[in-house]
Each structure stands twice: as structure tokens, then as C-alpha cells.
Design a protein around this ligand. Structure first.
Ligand code: ZN
Length: 489
């Protein structure tokens, strides 16, 4: 057996074990008995140890040195295996263990501090997480920039400076758009009660309408919506609230974007490093374009309005135009996960600048709350009223996710580029969406982006689909046109 074949056979089992670990996580969030939590913790730790040992197995290094890939796809496989191997071997095992320990502890302390509105109770453990992550970042960077090294885990090939340049170009236009929109009268909010079984039935219909293959997936309820798995087993979750059907329906469309991407990857890449999405940012571009540019656009909203009237009867919104306005209602608020398209990226930029300063050592955790509140007042024109509405609202930093936040906004930037290219490629897109037919849109995304999986680097993946390098211009133009029309600016 050639070194390449031996490496790929070994990797295939590693990928399969990774899928199993992911399915344990899915089970934990959906149907696991409550009393199983402690045992599940041990089960997950055991499989994580197996995966870690395989990822830094010295034979992988030897195979990588000896392997000659048969083609360009094989070369891309080696690129991905090499990156994972180098990452796993650069960080000392004791440091990895310590990070796992401290972050699991920190998550509990963060939840308690958030419930008590007590930032001071969270700061000591956050300080420890930041110090450990900086140490890990330094090991990964090997003399280079610590934050850049962390970003590679989520968006390979980019840097803090490159992301910062995009965000700096976006911020003034978004701050101005937000202020202008909020000066105008707000459209009606949704009122009343919406049967949750009917919500789930409509959610299932929406997943199918967006091309989700239920034969290789399933939709369940969970506390937080997510998508999990690759290839022939990609599962999604959503949640229901009797007063907020949009949460259920649009979480479902969002997760269908993630899951549809995974289901569409070329089956030849299944259980290999190329058999999944290109990066967190590219993944988010798929969930966002399904959810926002397509799902919250006027054409599709007209179709959904009819389906909601069938499911819930008259719910007090007079016509499809009013429904479209309600669906895209912009309102002042503190919470990132509840933010609309106009404000969402501003939330991300705030976190990006603060976490970059934390990792560079330019901002201490003791000054984090003040820095957060100052920036929020500057961009959102509002004083943060309590920590759970401010720097304690997200779980990410407590679990050591630094470098992850910017991929949410990069996903929006990529979605803007893809939507521009999609509209040019499918001239009757809106006519299709008015009929509830998304196949032109999802088919274009599948053929031009999704099927490639991780074959190309993230930036190249977007560039190949759009024909141009990704930039913030198309997203900003789209937002200004859409909300300018909705709010009569
Ligand atoms: Zn997402």
C-alpha cells in the first residue's frame, strides 16, 4: 500500500470517529435522558482522547512526508491533514488538557455570573482562559501573530488585519444605516399565539422547500438550534415559542443552509477531510443567504405569508407587503442573537475588536466591561443597562472561542457576494421564489460552491463561485437598498 493510501485509510477511521463524537453531541442536546449527563461526559472524554491520539499519531507525520498525491484533490487532502497534524502537535498535551479543564469550569461560572448580573464573579476565570489561550496561540503562531494563529482554526488563510480592513470599511455605513432606519416609524410587530405543532409542521415543509434531504437527515427540537454531521447523516434542530413563530421558522431555514451545504458535498469526499464545509465563514454564508437574502426577501416572503395564513389563520397582518416589513423589522436591542440584518454585523465588530485586543495583551479583562459599554454606546447609541445585555451575553469567550466571532460577519459578507452572483446567473429568481421554488437558488449554490466541500481554501471557494474576490461592497449595497426601500429612506 502506498504511503498516500495508508494515510487516507487511517484518516478515514479518524473522520468516522469524529462523526461518532458529533452524534453523541447531537444526542446530548436532543433525546439523551437527563440522568445520563455524567456518564456521557466520560464517554465524550474517552472518544476525544482517541481522536487526539490519532491526530498526533507519529505515523501521520511519516506518511505525510512519504505520500505523493495522485491528483489535485489528493493534494488538497494532504493540505488539510497536514494542517490538523501540525496544529495537534504544536500545542503541548498538558496545555490542551488544562484548557479543556478550565474552559469547562469557566462555562459554568459564566452561566452563574450572567444569571446574577455579576461580572466580577466571572473575571478571575476569564483571566485564566485568556492567559491559557494566549499561551496556546503563541505555540501555534511560533513567533507570528497570536490572534492570526487562532483565526486559522475557523477561517484558514485569513488574518486579523485582513478581517479588520473589511470591518473598518463596513462600520460607518452600518452605523449610519442603523441610525436612519431607527428614526423612521417601525412596522407592526407580530402579535398573538401560534400553535407550536403547526410551527413544526411548517418548519419541516420549509426545510424540504430549501432542498434538505430528510432521507439523510432529521429535524428535532433543542434548546439552541444547530446543525450536526456530514455526508449521509446531517441533522438539524430548531425550537418553538408560541408567540414567536419566526424564531422557529427562520432558525430552521438557517440550519437548513448549513445542513444543505454538508449534504451537497461531492460524495467522493465522504469521510475525508474534504467532505465538509470549507470554513466557518463559508458555512455561515450558506445559512445566511438561505435565511436572509432568499428567506427574508420580498418574493419568498409573499409565498410564506400564504403558508402562514393556511397554518395559523388570520394573524393580524393585512397583506404580503406588510408581512415582509414585519419580517424585517429593525428594533433597538442589546442581544446579538436577536439582532436583525442591519445591526448584526455591528455586534460582531465590537466583539472582534475587543477579543483581538485581549489576545494582543492591549486590553485586560478588568477593563473589558467598560470597553464593551463604551463601544456599544458609540455604535448603538444606547447605554448597556446590565451585564447580561452586555459583555456576559455570549458563551464564546468562556469556552475559549477566540477568533470565531468574525466568521459570523464574514459569512454575511460572503453571502452578499454570492447573492449578487446568484441574481445575475438566475434572472427569474424572484419569479421562482414567489412560487416557493428555491431550486434555482439552492441548485446554483450547490453546483458552484457546496459540492466542492473543503477542496479549495475559503477565499478561493467564494471567488470560484462569484467570479470576483470577496469584498464588503455587495452586502452593504444590498442592505442599503433593502432597508432603504422598507423604511422609505
Ligand atoms: Zn449558523
Amino acid at each position: 500500500m502506498s504511503a498516500f493510501d495508508a494515510l487516507m485509510a487511517f484518516q478515514r477511521d479518524t473522520e468516522a470517529l469524529g462523526q461518532i463524537a458529533g452524534r453523541l453531541g447531537w444526542d446530548q442536546e436532543t433525546v439523551m435522558p437527563r440522568g445520563a449527563a455524567a456518564q456521557r461526559g466520560e464517554e465524550m472524554a474517552a472518544i476525544d482522547a482517541v481522536l487526539h491520539a490519532r491526530r498526533c499519531d507519529p505515523r501521520v507525520g511519516e506518511w505525510l512526508e512519504a505520500a505523493s498525491p495522485p491528483d489535485a484533490a489528493g493534494q488538497a487532502q494532504l493540505r488539510e491533514i497536514r494542517r490538523a497534524f501540525e496544529r495537534a502537535t504544536k500545542v503541548p498535551a498538558a496545555l490542551s488538557r488544562r484548557i479543556a479543564q478550565v474552559t469547562s469550569e469557566a462555562q459554568g461560572k459564566w452561566a452563574a455570573a450572567r444569571a446574577d448580573e455579576n461580572v466580577a464573579a466571572f473575571l478571575p476565570v476569564l483571566e485564566e482562559v485568556v492567559a491559557l489561550k494566549r499561551e496556546e496561540g503563541a505555540a501555534l503562531a511560533a513567533g507570528g501573530n497570536v490572534y492570526d494563529a487562532m483565526v486559522q482554526d475557523y477561517e484558514p488563510g485569513t488574518s486579523g488585519a485582513a478581517i479588520g480592513a473589511i470591518f473598518d470599511a463596513m462600520r460607518p455605513r452600518l452605523v449610519a444605516l442603523r441610525a436612519a432606519v431607527l428614526e423612521r416609524p417601525a412596522p407592526a410587530a407580530l402579535k398573538g399565539a401560534f400553535d407550536t405543532s403547526a410551527q413544526m409542521r411548517l418548519a419541516r415543509q420549509l426545510a424540504r422547500v430549501f432542498g434538505y434531504d430528510m432521507n439523510r437527515g432529521r429535524l428535532d427540537k433543542a434548546v439552541h438550534p444547530f446543525s450536526s454531521g456530514s455526508g449521509a447523516d446531517v441533522r438539524i434542530t430548531t425550537r418553538t415559542s408560541p408567540t414567536d413563530p419566526f424564531n422557529c421558522l427562520y432558525s430552521t431555514i438557517h440550519e437548513t443552509g448549513h445542513a444543505g451545504y454538508e449534504q451537497a458535498v461531492d460524495p467522493a469526499y465522504a469521510l475525508t477531510p474534504l467532505g465538509c464545509g470549507a470554513s466557518m465563514g463559508v458555512h455561515e454564508s450558506q445559512s445566511r443567504i438561505y435565511e436572509n437574502q432568499i428567506g427574508r426577501g420580498r418574493a419568498f416572503a409573499g409565498w410564506l405569508y400564504g403558508r402562514m395564513r393556511e397554518a395559523f389563520g388570520d394573524f393580524g397582518i393585512a397583506d404580503a407587503d406588510a408581512f415582509h416589513a414585519t419580517l424585517n423589522r429593525v428594533h433597538a436591542g442589546f442581544i446579538r442573537t436577536e439582532a436583525d440584518e442591519v445591526q448584526y454585523n455591528l455586534h460582531i465588530m465590537l466583539r472582534f475588536d475587543l477579543e483581538r485586543a485581549l489576545m494582543a495583551g492591549d486590553l485586560g479583562t478588568n477593563d473589558l466591561e467598560a470597553a464593551w459599554n463604551d463601544r456599544f454606546a458609540a455604535d448603538f447609541g444606547q447605554e448597556v443597562d446590565r451585564p447580561s445585555n452586555g459583555c456576559l451575553q455570549d458563551v464564546h469567550w468562556s469556552v475559549g472561542l477566540f477568533g470565531y466571532f468574525p466568521t459570523y460577519a464574514l459569512g454575511n459578507v460572503y453571502a452578499g457576494c454570492l447573492y449578487r452572483a446568484l441574481c445575475a446567473a438566475v434572472p427569474d429568481l424572484d419569479a421562482q421564489l414567489e412560487r416557493g421554488d428555491t431550486s434555482g437558488a439552492t441548485g446554483w449554490l450547490r453546483d458552484n460552491l457546496q459540492r466542492h466541500g473543503r477542496r479549495y481554501a475559503p477565499r478561493e471557494t467564494i471567488e470560484r463561485a462569484c467570479g470576483t474576490a470577496p469584498s464588503e461592497g455587495p452586502l452593504l449595497d444590498y442592505l442599503e437598498a433593502k432597508f432603504g426601500a422598507l423604511y422609505g429612506l
